[in-house]
Design a protein around this ligand. Structure first.
Ligand code: NAD
Length: 450
């Protein structure tokens, strides 16, 4: 069986690969295990230098990597370039972090107590198709900085950028076996990684459903697990906000990456007294989102990842539709930006659509806004739009979510922790926080008694 890789904007086949199976996973884990002792012993300056070299190679190949990502995911090229720039910055950050994540000395009776940060061993990194290279780098950077070796499993729909990155890893001088890529079906390759006795940790990004099965599978061998899962985040717009600014930004909070974004603010909660004005502004700004050829520099939204996914997304785009935009006819898995007026109990407001469909929901006051924002099994991201600073902080503290922004849509920065509450998962990626989950604390007591 071959793995056929398709450009979702044209439906053309762009690669045919021999998929990895269980044997390939076992071989990759064995290579990673063999490489571990030498890699953990590499001095901190050398390890940092190798990561810095990888960052530079990503920057040198930025256009090529952005084109691969754009063609394989259907991402607008300008956005793909920004993502690749972040990948370079992630490796620079973790190159700098190698010698800044360390233990402590603790005064105790009869001696001194030292703590060390030790690598875990072989880490299995399982990533989804929506931000393939970006999310891989969020795991690779801290894993390698801590001295682990890895087996990276890209999503079967989008393996190309990970395979190219693996070549750059070798070109950077990172020894063979430290980074291994296995491209194959999740239920075979992913599951084997999860169950493999020589894998110490699984760092998983994907759906909540598969995340739960990863957790179950990892329990058997007591693996460390971090899970970055789905979301149903709220964009909370108060009447005292700069409504023009909030409405201009809101489409990009949910339609970026064609809505295939775990951080998508796909529930837009609007204070009732500003409803009419805000909806008018939002319809106007949404109608100006440029949907079309991902290779065009001006394009802001491309197609969905597959025909099957488009069917799922379409099942949410009904009811009280306030706005439906234009999209190319095809070929390609196109879907228009869609705004639906809903209540928080409706299916479009409860489930992760993972497409360009937003639910517009009114609220009466601050308490109701917080209650609605929290009335979801997820807790990944969200935004609060208001000119009242104290309210912004009150609401931010009240929403059970890992990443919130005030008067902004941004969720992800290289130096700051990213991750979810509730069924959006646990563990944090990015920043210094990520290093915690790629290392163990070892405690050594040294007697000073004569
Ligand atoms: P998915 O859960 O279907 O797949 C994710 C990865 O897991 C893929 O590589 C897949 O091959 C693999 N996989 C599938 N079955 C497996 C199994 N039984 N065992 C081990 N691995 C298995 O998710 P997807 O459709 O690729 O991505 C979309 C989902 O990812 C959405 O729910 C989205 O919210 C989530 N996501 C979360 C974040 C975050 O940081 N929280 C970021 C991006 C995407």
């Amino acid at each position: 069986m071959t793995l056929t890789v398709v450009n979702p904007a044209t439906e053309e086949t762009i690669a045919e690969l021999e998929p990895a199976g269980i044997d390939e996973v076992d071989e990759a884990v064995a290579r990673a295990r063999d490489a571990f002792a030498a890699w953990r012993a590499v001095g901190v300056s050398d390890r940092a230098r190798l990561l810095r070299r990888l960052a530079s190679l990503v920057e040198e190949h930025a256009d090529e990597l952005a084109r691969i990502e754009s063609e394989n995911v259907g991402k607008p090229i300008a956005g793909a370039r920004a993502e690749v720039a972040m990948v370079g910055n992630v490796f620079h950050f973790y190159a700098g972090a190698v010698d800044k994540h360390h233990g402590e000395t603790i005064p105790v009776d009869g001696g001194v107590d030292l703590t060390f940060r030790e690598p875990l061993g072989v880490c299995g990194l399982i990533v989804p198709w929506n931000f393939p290279l970006n999310i891989a780098s969020w795991k690779l950077g801290p894993a390698l900085a801590c001295g682990n070796t890895v087996v990276l499993k890209p999503a079967e729909l989008t393996p190309l950028s990970a395979l190219r990155l693996a070549e750059l890893v070798l070109e950077a001088g990172i020894p063979e076996g430290v980074v291994n890529v296995v491209a194959g079906p999740g239920r075979v390759v992913g599951q084997r990684l999860v169950e493999h006795p020589d894998v110490a940790k699984i760092a998983f990004t994907g759906s909540t459903e598969v995340g739960a099965s990863v957790m179950r599978g990892a329990a058997e061998t007591v693996k460390r697990v971090t899970l970055e899962l789905g979301g149903k985040s709220a964009n909370v717009v108060f009447a005292d906000a700069d409504l023009e600014r909030a409405a201009a930004a809101a489409p990009y909070a949910v339609f970026d990456n064609a809505g295939q974004d775990c951080c998508a603010r796909s529930r837009i909660l609007v204070e009732r007294s500003a409803w009419d004005r805000f909806v008018e502004l939002l319809v106007d700004s949404t109608s100006r989102v440029r949907v079309g050829d991902p290779a065009d520099e001006a394009t802001e939204m491309g197609p969905l990842i597959s025909a099957q996914h488009r069917e799922t997304v379409a099942s949410y785009a009904n009811g009280n539709v306030v706005f439906r935009g234009n999209a190319p006819d095809g070929p390609g898995f196109w879907f228009p930006c869609t705004l639906v007026e809903a209540t928080n109990a409706d299916r479009v407001a409860r489930e992760e659509v993972f497409g360009p469909v937003a639910a517009l929901i009114p609220f009466g006051d601050e308490a109701e806004a917080i209650r609605l924002a929290n009335d979801t099994p997820y807790g990944l991201s969200g935004s609060i739009w208001t000119r009242d600073g104290a309210r912004a902080l009150r609401v931010a503290r009240g929403i059970d979510s890992g990443v919130l922004s005030v008067n902004s849509n941004s969720s992800v920065r290289v130096a700051t922790p990213f991750g979810g509450f509730k069924q959006s998962g646990f563990g944090r990626e990015l920043g210094m926080h990520a290093l915690e989950s790629y290392s163990e604390v070892k405690n050594v007591f040294v007697s000073t008694e004569a």
